[in-house]
Design a protein around this ligand. Structure first.
Ligand code: PMP
Length: 437
């Protein structure tokens, strides 16, 4: 049965009552009324397979999360100025998933806040402001983060590049110059970071930090070439900067083989930021850093965050870790991810439009091109696939500078059956879109 206001009325009220820059997915918007595991249910009772939502990491309305949240909310919710077990228990568990150097946590309420705190830590430690970020990166919604997010400041509505911001090209192997040897992409792309550092040094300056998503997502689900981060981290540190890994989208075991996607590059960042999946939908986020950097930040000014690290949020964070570990969901992500990648590759044999298939665990991308040689983007095709999949009850997104990369980040509980369902729908969808030309 339909519930609440009509779609048209909500659209009208949103326009009247809300900040107008909010966007709505799909040509015909969807109104969801319930979430259950991998499914989202709309107001007509139709269930959609959610292959996009990065946030409900262990599934929508996970009973363990709901229970932990409700129990703690019914007992006590205060702030960090009172002692509580949950915050130290959670800090212990969370830092336990990270390399041994990363021992000190800060709890906040959004990925943006985590990156903002990371920048404060960086400034306290280095006394510098100079940023090195990747092209097409997005790191958050505050002005200082927009300023280091080329995806925002270079596009419509953006105010351009600030003098302290230095942008390195996305190390995208699929689009690398044809004369680069395959094994050298990491090194070659790292050279452009060396050039940025040299430019700063020529002015008597140095980098404050290098920040990158461990798998650049807004740039189109781009997997860093082997050796890239190792080389960049070495150069940045040598020049006196710190290395920040933005794991807001890719963290918490999504890549399967590791807890953290930077581990696949065999590096240890100085600061790691986390958000989205950390609380299965509850607004929780975190920064984890080294003792040394944390001590630099401890300069006499109190750090207080009203909601950050409260007992309810920490109970939720603990419940999420319990489920990931208890149900071995990292292994599931790896197995199902490999099955999906094999399925995508099989589709690639049939559909010329699939230029590249990329993925690690349940972080997946399919780049669509009109020509395998020029790799010209098949943007309309990608949009049509996304809309057509939605009509078939499967949710995914499009991403990348040309919006021609199908982006999928299904929940960690995604089963073999769910994966086969996604593959079958993709096959139908590609056939249908290809047929309409
Ligand atoms: N970093 C990355 C990589 C993100 O994808 C996002 C959100 N899309 C953020 C930071 C900001 O997180 P939030 O929206 O929770 O502030």
């Amino acid at each position: 049965a339909k519930t609440g206001r009509s779609h048209d009325e909500i659209v009208r009220l949103r326009k009247e009552l809300l900040i107008p820059n909010l966007s709505i997915s799909y040509d015909r918007p969807i109104k969801f009324v319930r979430g259950d595991g991998v499914w989202l249910i709309d107001d007509s009772g139709r269930a959609y397979l959610d292959c996009f939502n990065n946030v409900c990491h262990i599934g929508h309305a996970h009973p363990a999360v709901v229970e932990a949240m409700a129990r703690q909310a019914a007992t006590l919710n205060t702030n960090t100025r009172y002692l509580h077990d949950n915050i130290v228990a959670y800090a212990e568990r969370l830092t336990g998933t990270l390399p041994k150097e990363l021992t000190v946590a800060g709890f906040v309420n959004s990925g943006s806040e985590a990156n903002g705190l990371a920048l404060r830590l960086m400034r306290a430690h280095t006394g510098r402001e100079n940023a090195i970020v990747l092209d097409w990166a997005y790191h958050g919604t505050t002005q200082e983060l927009i300023d280091i997010s080329p995806y925002k400041f270079q596009r419509k509505g953006g105010k351009g590049q600030k003098p302290h911001v230095h942008v390195a090209p996305v190390p995208d192997s699929y689009h690398a110059p044809a004369d680069w040897a395959a094994g050298e992409h990491g090194k070659r792309y790292a050279e452009s970071v060396a050039e940025l550092i040299a430019t700063m040094q020529a002015k008597g300056e140095g980098p404050g930090f290098f920040m990158a998503e461990s798998i650049p997502s807004v740039a189109g689900q781009v997997f860093l070439p082997d050796g890239y981060l190792k080389e960049v981290y070495r150069m940045v540190r040598e020049a006196g900067g710190v290395c920040i890994a933005d794991e807001v989208q890719v963290g918490f075991g999504r890549v399967g083989s590791h807890w953290w996607a930077f581990e696949a590059q065999d590096v240890v960042p100085d600061i790691v930021t986390m958000g989205k999946p950390i609380g299965d939908g509850h607004p929780l986020a975190a920064v984890v850093t080294t003792r040394e950097i944390a001590d630099s930040f401890n300069n006499g000014m109190e750090y207080f965050n009203t909601f950050g690290g409260n007992p309810v949020s920490c109970a939720v964070g603990l419940a999420v870790l319990d489920v990931i570990e208890g149900q071995d969901l990292r292994r599931n992500a790896q197995e199902i991810g490999n099955h999906l990648i094999a399925g995508f590759r099989a589709l690639q044999q049939r559909f010329e439009v699939i230029g590249d298939v990329r993925g690690m665990g349940l972080f997946l991308g399919i780049e669509l091109v009109t020509d395998h040689k020029t790799k010209a983007p098949a943007t309309d095709f990608a949009r049509a696939v996304s809309n057509s999949a939605r009509q078939r009850g499967v949710l995914m997104g499009t991403e990348g500078p040309h919006d021609n990369v199908l982006k999928m980040r299904p929940p960690m509980i995604f089963s073999r059956r769910d994966a086969d369902h996604l593959l079958a729908v993709l096959e139908d969808t590609f056939e249908a879109v290809a047929a309409t030309g």
